[in-house]
Ligand binder design. Structure first.
Ligand code: BGP
Length: 473
């Protein structure tokens, strides 16, 4: 009898164990060396915590930070390039040499240490000048400027970068349009602008997928999708359908367009019901078809449970997340900010994606556990993060054994960084950075206990990961 079904038993030897960050959350130096102002800079300035001007000053600590990555044993590092460091106004005639120098330095250090760069082209930081010039992503003009920016990156760094992520969490940008600098006092107009921005982002990415495949035969390119598995609160078909529809409209839409090259019918039905009209031009659908991703980046932190309620709760504009309540399962380990520890949920998610897009390569581009943390005698004992990583890595191996083609895992975040809504109070890092919301202190780096746990994971290809006791909560 032949028992060789071509299934893997473990993480492959070339598995890319990585870690993740994004430019405006780690770099600092927001006004240095010619960098232009971005929407993210202005949004964080309004925060009651701290802004993007210094954050954890990775821009000036780049050698030290890559040395720590090498000590950790990272095989990949997922980071983003700041559009406004390359083109300060988003569409300048010439790129900014100092910005190019910084990313060359970072990429060369990574390559020297055998760390594969996984580069996000656009992570929440649209140059503000594009918003001032023509409304940014609310205008079709953004497609050409994004394309030119991506092409410039391919020309500059494509000899050393083999993994590209086009846009981070597009659906979040579409549902919170202020993150792209899009405003309107009229809610319907705002939704209309934001759906067009969503459509332009789909078209821009399709063009860039096509370009990348044309320029490099061996490179991989895909979106970084925010995917949170939704479970219905109970067995009723009404709750199950609502949970699924939200998952479709918030997560699968970005995957469906990137892989299948067309707008899914559930999205068209949504637009029709909301009386929203996309700015569709001749040739657009061919553009979508001709440019497809060849892997999926997934930001998966935890699952959520939803139940339908009568209470209007238009958290992300109206429509997608309205009339639902998020329910906490007290049996799980839950973080202060609503994230829960659900390792089996991750395996479930991986199977779901693989069912929809069989054999598609998957990179986990984000995944992480937030805590308030303090340094004690130069140490941080982040036991919950270790438990989280242990459980998630255990279930990732199970998913690989199920036949899911997971090629890389990049937990959020390599080091503590600026949380979008909570400054430095909410820490995700494997490395502690000595600063808080009120003071920059000395910005010294201290590996946490989870750093050493993850170091062992990488060294042993996860042999140190303990069997998961699902009932241990
Ligand atoms: C994702 C973003 C990251 C990061 C992370 C944690 O949505 O891609 O940039 O911010 O979430 O979010 P937060 O900082 O709000 O906890």
């Amino acid at each position: 009898m032949n028992n060789n079904y071509n299934l893997k038993d473990d993480f492959p030897d070339d598995f890319l164990w990585g870690a993740s960050t994004s430019a405006f959350q780690v770099e600092g130096a927001a006004n240095e060396d010619g960098k232009g102002v971005t929407v993210a800079d202005l949004r964080t300035k309004k925060s009651k915590y701290l802004d993007s001007s210094v954050t954890v000053d990775h821009y000036h600590h780049v050698e030290e930070d890559v040395a720590l990555m090498a000590k950790l044993g990272l095989k990949s590092y997922r980071f983003s390039i700041s559009w406004a460091r390359i083109f300060p106004h988003g569409n300048d005639k010439k790129p900014n040499q100092k910005g190019i120098d910084f990313y060359n330095k970072l990429i060369n250090l990574l390559v020297k240490n055998n760390i594969e760069p996984i580069v996000t082209i656009f992570h929440f930081d649209c140059p503000i000048s594009l918003v001032e010039q023509y409304g940014g992503w609310a205008s079709r003009r953004a497609i050409d400027d994004y394309y030119r920016y991506a092409k410039t990156l391919f020309e500059l760094f494509g000899d050393r970068v083999h993994y590209w992520l086009t846009i981070n969490e597009q659906s979040l940008l579409a549902n919170v349009p202020s993150m792209n600098g899009i405003q309107d006092n009229n809610l319907h107009e705002l939704r209309q602008k934001s759906e067009n921005s969503n459509y332009y982002m789909f078209l821009a990415q399709a063009k860039v997928y096509k370009l990348c495949h044309k320029m490099f035969s061996n490179s991989k390119i895909g979106p970084a999708v925010s995917y949170m598995t939704n479970f219905p609160y109970d067995h009723t078909s009404e709750n199950a359908l609502k949970s699924k529809s939200m998952e479709d409209l918030i997560a699968f839409i970005d995957m469906d367009v990137a892989i299948r090259g067309e707008l899914p019918t559930y999205y068209l039905r949504y637009l029709k019901d909301k009386n929203l009209v996309l700015d569709i031009c001749d040739g657009d659908f061919e553009t979508l078809k001709e440019g497809r991703a060849n892997f999926l980046g997934l930001n998966w932190y935890s699952s959520s449970i939803f139940k339908i309620t009568d209470v209007e709760n238009p958290k992300m504009l109206d429509g997608v997340i309205s009339n639902v309540e998020k329910v906490t399962d007290e049996r799980m380990m839950n973080a202060e900010w609503g994230l829960s520890y659900d390792p089996v949920g991750l395996r479930f998610a991986m199977q779901t994606v693989n069912d929809r897009f069989p054999h598609i390569p998957i990179i986990i581009t984000e995944c992480g556990w937030p805590e308030r943390e303090k340094l004690e005698n130069g140490q941080v004992h982040d036991q919950k993060r270790i438990k989280y990583l242990n459980g998630y890595i255990y279930e990732l191996r199970e998913a690989i054994k199920d036949g899911v083609n997971i090629i890389s895992f990049n937990p959020w975040s390599f080091l503590d960084l600026l949380s979008v809504n909570d400054g430095m109070d909410k820490r995700y890092g494997l490395v502690f950075v000595n600063r808080d919301n009120n003071s920059e202190k000395d910005l010294a780096r201290y590996p946490k206990d989870s750093f050493y746990f993850y170091q062992k994971v990488i060294e042993t290809n996860a042999k140190n990961v303990e069997i998961l006791n699902i009932n241990s909560g």
